[in-house]
Design a protein around this ligand. Structure first.
Ligand SMILES: [Zn+2]
Length: 431
């Protein structure tokens, strides 16, 4: 049985013909290569059910009942939902009291789905009210004596998957074509935030990923978790998720070195490079040849700008050329600067952490459109950060190594398997 809630109206179908309205979360990861399809995986259609399941909803058998579903309207209270069904104030008060130990009825929120279940007879008596607190939990109010309030849970399905994709265009698109939740692309950019420059990914580069995905009734539940990943391009990088005995869950390379580095590869998560570091370029506003001692990342107005490393704000201010800008001193060697902000979110002297939002993308100062001009100093000299090799965080302790190696070897075997499978598909594909 399958329930689809559409536009606040009830719609439930029994058995086959599942129509899942997929809300695709489009995560754009800028890869400047034109998309073309190299391999389209075969899709297997869901088998049509021929024998309908006995109807039930929220674990309540629906034989002899009618189900009506809706969404809580803004400002609606528990009694607004029940009183129009002819349920008296005394009954509502009792239900509120009975609910107290399992659910606070003041937590009913607009937009959440609810269901009313009536007897399927002339009287059409309300028998149950069900409020969906989240994707998993629902509160079941039994409205007829003996009244009760219980919490029901939908099962969460966890599945581990592996795949290998060749980059043909935007990474999220390639992952989606391979059947993965596009959110995996976002997770990959986080895992490799220190070690892979996502602006340098080329067509034909490959990602092999082992990940864990949770679903409730076929819908994604929470973010996917990347367990292991291998990137193969101009160089190879791999990452294995591991929890050291004393320490947080983190990603390590095959030698047990933390992937965490002193600096992120870029100050924005998703954007594209509109102008690289160069000693000569035609300045779009000043209309003359000029050195460009920074890297421009184009992104929509308001995109969060991240501190690429821990440090102290040396200057947060405005100048005619730079617009609103922030300069951060990271240590005795490195400084970074972020220009043309719409909004500055830090102040002079403030300590900032790697990945912290320090401002919003804008076009203040000499800028033709919304972008961040990112500048990087090493020992007081402006350098191209994309050519720098950054220092790493601490490697794994010796005591953690045997457990790590076990995790790593299992993941490596699954990645190899995924690559073999992808190679087979590719060799039989026709173009
Ligand atoms: Zn610039």
């Amino acid at each position: 049985m399958f329930l689809a809630i559409m536009g606040g109206k009830k719609l439930w179908t029994i058995g086959g013909g599942l129509v899942v309205a997929l809300v695709a979360v489009y995560v754009y990861i800028g890869v400047d290569v034109s998309p073309h399809v190299e391999f389209v995986p075969e899709t297997t259609a869901l088998p049509e059910d021929t024998v309908p399941d006995p109807p039930s909803a929220y674990g309540i058998p629906l034989s002899g009942f009618i189900l009506e579903q809706g969404k809580v309207k803004p400002g609606a209270t528990f009694s607004d939902l029940l009183a129009p069904q002819g349920i008296g104030g005394g009954t509502i008060d009792s239900l509120v009291r009975m609910a107290a130990s399992v659910f606070d009825i003041h937590r009913i929120r607009a937009g959440h789905p609810y269901a009313l279940i009536f007897t399927d007879d002339d009287q059409r008596m309300p028998a149950y009210f069900v409020y969906e607190a989240d994707q998993v939990d629902h509160v079941i109010f039994t409205l007829r004596p003996p009244m009760s309030v219980t919490i029901g849970k939908r099962p969460v399905h966890t599945e581990e998957k592996s795949l290998c994709v060749a980059v043909t265009g935007a990474l999220w698109n390639d992952l989606a074509k391979a059947g993965a939740d596009p959110a995996v692309a976002m997770k990959l950019s986080e895992v490799f935030a220190w070690t892979v420059d996502f602006y340098r990914i080329q067509k034909g580069d490959r990602f092999t990923v082992v990940y864990r995905e949770r679903t409730v009734d076929g819908e994604p539940y929470g973010d996917p978790e990347v367990l292991g990943v291998r990137y193969q391009g101009a160089f190879t990088r791999d990452a294995f998720r591991f929890a050291p005995d004393q320490g947080e869950l983190a990603y390590f390379d095959s030698a047990g070195n933390s992937l965490r580095k002193a600096f992120l590869q870029a100050p924005l998560k998703y954007s594209r490079i509109s102008s690289g570091f160069t000693l000569r370029r035609f300045h779009p506003v000043q209309k003359r040849m000029k050195a460009h001692l920074g890297t421009d990342y184009a992104a929509p107005y308001g995109t969060p700008i991240l501190a690429v490393g821990d440090g102290t704000v040396e200057k947060a201010g405005y100048s005619a050329g730079n617009g609103n800008f922030v300069k951060i001193r990271h240590n005795g060697v490195y400084e970074t600067q972020y220009l043309h902000m719409r909004k500055i979110l830090v102040r002079n002297g403030q300590r900032v952490q790697q990945g912290q939002t320090i401002g919003e993308v804008g076009s203040t100062g000499l800028a033709t459109g919304p972008h961040v001009c990112f500048r990087f100093w090493k020992n007081g000299e402006q350098v191209d950060h994309r050519r720098e090799v950054f220092p790493s965080a601490e490697p794994l302790a010796a005591a953690d190594r045997p457990a790590f190696q076990k995790v790593r070897d299992e993941l490596l075997a699954r990645m190899d398997e995924a690559e073999r499978e992808a190679a087979q598909h590719t060799s039989t594909a026709t173009f």
